[in-house]
Design a protein. Structure first.
Length: 311
Protein backbone atom coordinates (compact mmCIF):
# COMPACT_ATOMS: atom_id res chain seq x y z
CA UNK A 1 0.00 0.00 0.00
CA UNK A 2 1.37 3.43 -0.92
CA UNK A 3 1.77 6.14 1.68
CA UNK A 4 -0.71 8.35 -0.23
CA UNK A 5 -3.33 5.61 -0.15
CA UNK A 6 -2.77 5.05 3.56
CA UNK A 7 -3.06 8.77 4.27
CA UNK A 8 -6.32 8.98 2.33
CA UNK A 9 -7.79 6.07 4.26
CA UNK A 10 -6.70 7.57 7.57
CA UNK A 11 -8.27 10.89 6.59
CA UNK A 12 -11.46 9.12 5.59
CA UNK A 13 -11.64 7.33 8.94
CA UNK A 14 -11.10 10.57 10.82
CA UNK A 15 -13.78 12.36 8.83
CA UNK A 16 -16.23 9.51 9.41
CA UNK A 17 -15.57 9.70 13.13
CA UNK A 18 -16.16 13.42 13.08
CA UNK A 19 -19.37 12.84 11.16
CA UNK A 20 -20.63 10.53 13.90
CA UNK A 21 -19.98 13.34 16.36
CA UNK A 22 -22.01 15.67 14.18
CA UNK A 23 -24.81 13.11 13.94
CA UNK A 24 -24.88 12.51 17.67
CA UNK A 25 -23.34 15.08 19.97
CA UNK A 26 -22.67 18.00 17.66
CA UNK A 27 -19.15 18.31 19.02
CA UNK A 28 -17.80 19.46 15.66
CA UNK A 29 -19.78 22.68 15.48
CA UNK A 30 -20.97 23.45 19.01
CA UNK A 31 -19.70 26.81 20.22
CA UNK A 32 -18.12 27.55 23.57
CA UNK A 33 -20.91 29.89 24.61
CA UNK A 34 -23.47 27.16 24.02
CA UNK A 35 -21.32 24.76 26.01
CA UNK A 36 -21.21 27.22 28.90
CA UNK A 37 -24.96 27.73 28.81
CA UNK A 38 -25.56 23.99 28.75
CA UNK A 39 -23.80 23.53 32.09
CA UNK A 40 -26.66 25.18 33.93
CA UNK A 41 -30.21 23.90 34.34
CA UNK A 42 -33.04 26.27 35.09
CA UNK A 43 -33.85 26.91 38.74
CA UNK A 44 -36.60 24.70 40.19
CA UNK A 45 -38.84 27.70 40.78
CA UNK A 46 -38.93 28.81 37.14
CA UNK A 47 -42.24 28.48 35.32
CA UNK A 48 -42.34 31.02 32.50
CA UNK A 49 -40.59 34.28 31.87
CA UNK A 50 -39.24 36.44 29.11
CA UNK A 51 -36.13 34.74 27.78
CA UNK A 52 -33.02 36.90 27.45
CA UNK A 53 -31.68 34.82 24.56
CA UNK A 54 -32.80 35.16 21.00
CA UNK A 55 -34.11 32.05 19.52
CA UNK A 56 -35.59 32.75 22.13
CA UNK A 57 -35.44 36.01 20.09
CA UNK A 58 -37.57 39.10 20.40
CA UNK A 59 -40.84 38.30 22.14
CA UNK A 60 -40.03 34.68 22.96
CA UNK A 61 -41.23 33.48 26.34
CA UNK A 62 -39.61 30.72 28.37
CA UNK A 63 -41.84 27.90 29.63
CA UNK A 64 -40.43 25.18 31.87
CA UNK A 65 -42.25 21.91 31.17
CA UNK A 66 -42.19 18.88 33.48
CA UNK A 67 -42.10 15.42 31.94
CA UNK A 68 -41.50 12.37 34.08
CA UNK A 69 -39.67 14.25 36.80
CA UNK A 70 -37.32 16.32 34.67
CA UNK A 71 -37.84 19.81 33.34
CA UNK A 72 -37.43 21.07 29.80
CA UNK A 73 -37.11 24.61 28.47
CA UNK A 74 -39.49 25.60 25.68
CA UNK A 75 -39.16 29.04 24.09
CA UNK A 76 -42.37 30.31 22.48
CA UNK A 77 -42.77 33.25 20.12
CA UNK A 78 -46.53 33.61 19.90
CA UNK A 79 -48.23 34.10 16.56
CA UNK A 80 -51.47 33.00 14.98
CA UNK A 81 -52.69 30.05 12.99
CA UNK A 82 -50.07 27.35 12.55
CA UNK A 83 -47.08 26.44 14.72
CA UNK A 84 -43.49 25.90 13.60
CA UNK A 85 -41.33 23.75 15.88
CA UNK A 86 -37.56 23.90 15.39
CA UNK A 87 -35.52 20.95 16.70
CA UNK A 88 -31.73 21.27 16.62
CA UNK A 89 -29.13 18.61 15.98
CA UNK A 90 -27.17 16.68 18.59
CA UNK A 91 -25.35 18.76 21.15
CA UNK A 92 -27.08 21.99 20.10
CA UNK A 93 -29.65 23.81 22.22
CA UNK A 94 -32.45 26.14 21.14
CA UNK A 95 -30.05 29.05 20.59
CA UNK A 96 -28.96 27.31 17.37
CA UNK A 97 -32.06 28.80 15.72
CA UNK A 98 -31.78 32.30 17.20
CA UNK A 99 -31.22 34.05 13.85
CA UNK A 100 -33.96 32.15 12.03
CA UNK A 101 -36.79 32.55 14.56
CA UNK A 102 -37.54 36.27 14.00
CA UNK A 103 -37.28 35.77 10.24
CA UNK A 104 -39.76 32.89 10.34
CA UNK A 105 -42.13 34.68 12.66
CA UNK A 106 -42.10 37.80 10.51
CA UNK A 107 -42.54 35.91 7.24
CA UNK A 108 -45.31 33.52 8.34
CA UNK A 109 -46.96 35.11 11.38
CA UNK A 110 -46.99 31.63 12.90
CA UNK A 111 -46.15 30.69 16.45
CA UNK A 112 -42.51 29.57 16.54
CA UNK A 113 -41.26 27.17 19.21
CA UNK A 114 -37.70 26.13 19.99
CA UNK A 115 -36.69 23.94 22.91
CA UNK A 116 -33.70 22.51 24.75
CA UNK A 117 -33.53 18.74 24.77
CA UNK A 118 -32.65 17.04 28.04
CA UNK A 119 -29.14 17.91 29.19
CA UNK A 120 -28.83 20.97 26.98
CA UNK A 121 -29.48 24.66 27.48
CA UNK A 122 -31.81 25.26 30.40
CA UNK A 123 -33.21 21.72 30.46
CA UNK A 124 -32.40 19.17 33.16
CA UNK A 125 -29.86 16.42 32.61
CA UNK A 126 -31.30 12.90 32.37
CA UNK A 127 -28.61 10.31 33.24
CA UNK A 128 -28.00 7.16 31.23
CA UNK A 129 -27.98 6.23 27.54
CA UNK A 130 -29.80 8.50 25.10
CA UNK A 131 -33.24 7.13 24.21
CA UNK A 132 -35.00 8.49 21.16
CA UNK A 133 -38.41 7.51 22.52
CA UNK A 134 -37.73 9.56 25.66
CA UNK A 135 -36.81 12.50 23.47
CA UNK A 136 -40.06 12.05 21.55
CA UNK A 137 -41.99 11.94 24.82
CA UNK A 138 -40.34 15.20 25.91
CA UNK A 139 -41.42 16.95 22.72
CA UNK A 140 -44.93 15.49 22.87
CA UNK A 141 -45.38 16.52 26.50
CA UNK A 142 -44.07 20.01 25.87
CA UNK A 143 -46.41 20.67 22.97
CA UNK A 144 -49.40 19.22 24.81
CA UNK A 145 -48.77 21.36 27.89
CA UNK A 146 -48.40 24.42 25.67
CA UNK A 147 -51.76 23.65 24.08
CA UNK A 148 -50.35 22.80 20.66
CA UNK A 149 -52.32 19.89 19.23
CA UNK A 150 -52.57 20.44 15.47
CA UNK A 151 -51.25 22.25 12.38
CA UNK A 152 -47.57 21.84 13.34
CA UNK A 153 -44.70 22.13 10.88
CA UNK A 154 -41.75 20.27 12.39
CA UNK A 155 -38.26 21.37 11.33
CA UNK A 156 -35.51 18.94 12.35
CA UNK A 157 -31.74 19.05 11.83
CA UNK A 158 -29.29 16.16 11.99
CA UNK A 159 -29.92 13.88 15.01
CA UNK A 160 -33.38 15.39 15.42
CA UNK A 161 -34.40 13.51 12.27
CA UNK A 162 -34.82 10.42 14.42
CA UNK A 163 -37.07 12.28 16.84
CA UNK A 164 -39.08 13.66 13.91
CA UNK A 165 -39.61 10.24 12.35
CA UNK A 166 -40.92 8.63 15.54
CA UNK A 167 -42.96 11.74 16.37
CA UNK A 168 -44.56 11.72 12.91
CA UNK A 169 -45.30 8.01 13.14
CA UNK A 170 -47.00 8.42 16.51
CA UNK A 171 -48.69 11.81 15.92
CA UNK A 172 -49.49 12.11 12.20
CA UNK A 173 -52.63 14.16 12.77
CA UNK A 174 -50.71 16.78 14.73
CA UNK A 175 -48.35 17.49 11.84
CA UNK A 176 -49.23 19.42 8.70
CA UNK A 177 -45.72 18.89 7.34
CA UNK A 178 -42.02 18.58 8.10
CA UNK A 179 -38.75 19.99 6.83
CA UNK A 180 -35.88 17.58 7.48
CA UNK A 181 -32.58 19.48 7.29
CA UNK A 182 -29.66 17.14 6.51
CA UNK A 183 -31.38 14.90 9.01
CA UNK A 184 -30.71 11.35 10.12
CA UNK A 185 -33.05 9.21 8.02
CA UNK A 186 -33.86 5.49 8.42
CA UNK A 187 -32.43 4.25 5.08
CA UNK A 188 -28.93 5.44 6.00
CA UNK A 189 -28.52 3.24 9.06
CA UNK A 190 -27.77 -0.14 7.56
CA UNK A 191 -25.86 -2.65 9.67
CA UNK A 192 -22.76 -1.93 7.63
CA UNK A 193 -22.94 1.82 8.07
CA UNK A 194 -23.61 1.53 11.79
CA UNK A 195 -20.55 -0.68 12.18
CA UNK A 196 -18.39 1.78 10.20
CA UNK A 197 -19.46 4.73 12.32
CA UNK A 198 -18.96 2.91 15.60
CA UNK A 199 -15.49 1.71 14.60
CA UNK A 200 -14.35 5.08 13.29
CA UNK A 201 -15.66 7.07 16.25
CA UNK A 202 -14.11 4.95 19.00
CA UNK A 203 -11.15 7.27 19.74
CA UNK A 204 -13.41 10.33 19.97
CA UNK A 205 -15.78 8.59 22.37
CA UNK A 206 -12.84 7.47 24.52
CA UNK A 207 -11.53 11.04 24.59
CA UNK A 208 -14.96 12.35 25.60
CA UNK A 209 -15.01 10.00 28.59
CA UNK A 210 -12.04 11.87 30.05
CA UNK A 211 -14.24 14.94 30.55
CA UNK A 212 -17.81 13.64 30.95
CA UNK A 213 -19.10 16.84 32.57
CA UNK A 214 -18.68 18.79 29.34
CA UNK A 215 -22.25 18.90 27.94
CA UNK A 216 -21.13 17.97 24.43
CA UNK A 217 -19.08 15.05 25.73
CA UNK A 218 -21.96 13.96 27.94
CA UNK A 219 -24.27 13.92 24.92
CA UNK A 220 -21.76 12.00 22.83
CA UNK A 221 -21.18 9.39 25.54
CA UNK A 222 -24.89 8.86 26.20
CA UNK A 223 -25.66 8.58 22.49
CA UNK A 224 -22.75 6.21 21.84
CA UNK A 225 -23.97 3.90 24.61
CA UNK A 226 -27.21 3.24 22.74
CA UNK A 227 -26.08 3.99 19.18
CA UNK A 228 -26.14 0.46 17.77
CA UNK A 229 -29.49 -0.70 19.14
CA UNK A 230 -31.12 2.68 18.58
CA UNK A 231 -30.20 2.85 14.91
CA UNK A 232 -30.80 -0.81 14.12
CA UNK A 233 -34.37 -0.21 15.27
CA UNK A 234 -34.57 3.15 13.52
CA UNK A 235 -33.61 1.61 10.17
CA UNK A 236 -36.98 -0.20 10.19
CA UNK A 237 -39.16 2.82 11.02
CA UNK A 238 -41.32 4.30 8.26
CA UNK A 239 -42.55 7.86 7.78
CA UNK A 240 -46.36 8.17 7.55
CA UNK A 241 -47.65 8.80 4.03
CA UNK A 242 -50.10 11.40 5.32
CA UNK A 243 -47.37 13.82 6.47
CA UNK A 244 -45.68 15.86 3.68
CA UNK A 245 -41.92 16.16 4.03
CA UNK A 246 -39.24 18.27 2.39
CA UNK A 247 -35.76 16.76 2.72
CA UNK A 248 -32.87 19.20 2.44
CA UNK A 249 -29.59 17.38 1.90
CA UNK A 250 -26.29 19.23 2.11
CA UNK A 251 -23.99 19.15 -0.90
CA UNK A 252 -20.93 18.29 1.21
CA UNK A 253 -22.85 16.09 3.71
CA UNK A 254 -21.45 15.31 7.18
CA UNK A 255 -18.87 13.18 5.35
CA UNK A 256 -17.06 15.78 3.26
CA UNK A 257 -13.84 14.05 2.26
CA UNK A 258 -15.25 10.52 2.62
CA UNK A 259 -16.86 9.84 -0.79
CA UNK A 260 -18.33 6.45 0.08
CA UNK A 261 -20.16 7.69 3.18
CA UNK A 262 -21.23 10.89 1.43
CA UNK A 263 -22.71 8.83 -1.40
CA UNK A 264 -24.61 6.69 1.10
CA UNK A 265 -25.89 9.80 2.91
CA UNK A 266 -27.22 11.35 -0.31
CA UNK A 267 -28.59 7.98 -1.40
CA UNK A 268 -30.48 7.60 1.87
CA UNK A 269 -32.11 11.01 1.37
CA UNK A 270 -33.14 10.11 -2.18
CA UNK A 271 -34.44 6.71 -1.07
CA UNK A 272 -36.49 8.28 1.73
CA UNK A 273 -38.12 10.68 -0.72
CA UNK A 274 -38.86 7.95 -3.25
CA UNK A 275 -40.40 5.66 -0.63
CA UNK A 276 -43.57 7.70 -0.09
CA UNK A 277 -45.89 10.37 -1.46
CA UNK A 278 -45.76 14.12 -0.77
CA UNK A 279 -41.98 14.18 -0.36
CA UNK A 280 -39.53 16.55 -2.00
CA UNK A 281 -35.72 16.45 -2.17
CA UNK A 282 -33.74 19.70 -2.18
CA UNK A 283 -29.95 19.98 -2.34
CA UNK A 284 -28.30 22.78 -0.36
CA UNK A 285 -25.62 23.79 -2.85
CA UNK A 286 -22.27 24.62 -1.30
CA UNK A 287 -23.40 23.74 2.21
CA UNK A 288 -21.76 21.65 4.87
CA UNK A 289 -23.85 19.56 7.26
CA UNK A 290 -24.49 22.85 9.11
CA UNK A 291 -27.16 23.88 6.59
CA UNK A 292 -29.14 26.26 8.86
CA UNK A 293 -25.96 28.33 9.30
CA UNK A 294 -24.54 27.96 5.78
CA UNK A 295 -27.83 28.37 3.87
CA UNK A 296 -30.40 30.01 6.17
CA UNK A 297 -32.05 31.52 3.11
CA UNK A 298 -32.83 28.07 1.72
CA UNK A 299 -34.07 26.71 5.05
CA UNK A 300 -36.31 29.74 5.51
CA UNK A 301 -37.68 29.39 1.97
CA UNK A 302 -38.51 25.70 2.37
CA UNK A 303 -40.21 26.19 5.75
CA UNK A 304 -42.28 29.08 4.36
CA UNK A 305 -43.27 26.93 1.37
CA UNK A 306 -44.29 24.02 3.59
CA UNK A 307 -46.41 26.26 5.83
CA UNK A 308 -48.03 28.01 2.85
CA UNK A 309 -48.80 24.72 1.07
CA UNK A 310 -50.94 23.52 3.97
CA UNK A 311 -53.16 26.60 4.06
Amino acid sequence: MSRDTSDRRSASRALSALALLALTAGAVTACSDRESASRHSASPSATSSASPRAGQAGGAKLHMIDNGGHRLAFHVTRGHGSTIVLDSGGGEDSSYWEDLVPELHGATGATVITYDRAGLGKSDVVPGPWKVKSAVSDLESGLQQLGVTEDVTLVSHSQAGGIATYFARDNPKMLSGAVLVDANLPPFFTDGEIARLVAFSGPQVDAAKKDPDDPRNRQLISTAESFVQTNKAYHKVTWPDSVPATVIVSEKTPFDGSPEDARRWRGAAASFVQDGPHRTLVTAKGSSHDVPKDRPDLVLEEIESMVAAQH
